[in-house]
Design a protein around this ligand. Structure first.
Ligand code: SF4
Length: 362
């Protein structure tokens, strides 16, 4: 499963499901968006096992993507979830900070079994990671991993698209893997520990400029948070902290995938966010001032559910001829969009084509 295929599906509602298996991580990267430590919280495995066990051949996401913290701290769980998902026809991926690569040496057997069970392996690398695990160690481990997993990719992050460090990292990865390993390139956002290091960095993508519809595509794949709560979007830091009802889909310990999928596809506010984005939704349909509105793109979004009149007005719009025609057109565009549509908007736009590296050889 090539990175371009995963990224293309990111635009399609409920085509994938994220699992944040643990907040723990052995590394201490200065920019960590989840502020992970080895002492961070880690909850029971059961909610993750239950939701994946509820996939069926008829109703399942196409992709299951496991992250953390460091998901490979739960190597046995990663392996079991990948195997259960595959039995229903869902392919899986895992992203790692590569803690196990530090100092060289072979992959431990438990990690080897977990990685061999997934369809895609992503290594995360940036200036802050490199202070914890060297680039040479990451590349060496990736060469070994390529032998046991069908596809690999790199998730590279810089301070901005023109960051000279980022340019050097991309060039060295392209050389190391002869342009056969695709890359999703992004820029650091001011969340988690990065907030302290660079408080001026925007918390939402630059493409969320004010004015007109700005659909939120991060509502496409639900995310199971560390404690089993299922969130409607992957802005985990904000939504898990604030838990507005319209962005909480349910509980993985209780709600099976078909139920969560229906909620994600049917809930008016989520459909409106995918169509128009939070600021346009409020501008068009607001009936009362939002409680606790803090402004901004996501800051507006988390308060939308406090306006019951907005939900009713949006429902009327979505069932109107204009609203339903627009929703159908946006859905068709999402399904037909190239991989670089997502990486261009949510990553570093000048590097969006790098998600297709190696595609012609896969
Ligand atoms: S706009 Fe809302 S749904 Fe979209 S990323 Fe922000 S908080 Fe999540």
């Amino acid at each position: 499963m090539h990175l371009a295929e995963i990224v293309r599906l990111r635009l399609v509602p409920t085509a994938g499901l994220f699992l944040a298996l643990t907040r723990r991580c052995p590394l201490s990267c200065a920019h960590c968006s989840t502020e992970s430590l080895m002492t961070s919280e880690q909850y029971a495995e059961e909610p993750f096992r239950r939701i994946v066990a509820s996939f069926t051949a008829q109703c399942r996401p196409h992709v299951l993507y496991m992250s953390g913290g460091e998901p490979l701290l739960r190597a046995g769980l990663v392996r079991d979830l990948a195997e259960t998902a595959r039995a229903a026809g869902t392919r899986s991926g895992v992203v790692s900070g590569m803690y196990f690569a530090r100092g060289g040496g072979k992959l431990p057997a438990a990690l080897r079994r977990a990685i061999a069970a997934v369809d895609h392996f992503t290594a995360s690398l940036d200036e802050f990671h490199e202070r914890e695990v060297s680039r040479a160690d990451v590349f060496r481990a990736l060469h070994e991993i390529r032998q046991i997993v069908p596809a690999i990719s790199l998730q590279l992050t810089g301070r901005d698209p023109d960051d000279p460090y980022l340019a050097d990292l991309i060039a060295s990865a392209r050389r190391e893997f002869a342009d056969e390993v695709p890359m999703l390139v992004g820029v650091v956002n001011a969340v988690g520990r990065a907030k302290r290091h660079d408080p001026g960095t925007p918390t939402t993508p630059a493409s969320h400029a004010p004015g007109g519809p700005q659909p939120c595509l991060l509502t496409s794949w639900p995310l199971v948070h560390y404690d089993g709560t299922v969130l409607a979007c992957c802005n985990q830091e904000l939504v898990a902290r604030t838990r507005p009802a319209h962005l909480v889909l349910g509980d993985a310990a209780r709600d099976p995938w078909p139920v969560l999928r229906e909620r994600s596809l049917r809930r008016h506010l989520l459909r409106g966010l995918r169509l128009l984005g939070p600021i346009e939704l409020r501008a068009r349909f607001q009936t009362s001032p939002a409680d606790g509105a803090s402004g901004g793109y996501c800051g507006t979004c988390v308060t939308l559910g406090t306006d019951a009149g907005l939900d009713a007005a949006l429902d009327r719009y979505l069932t109107s001829a204009t609203g339903s025609a627009l929703e159908a057109a946006v859905q068709r565009m999402a399904e037909a969009s190239p991989a670089k549509a997502f990486s261009g908007r949510y990553g570093s736009a000048p590097h969006s084509e790098l998600v297709t590296l190696g595609l012609d050889r896969s």
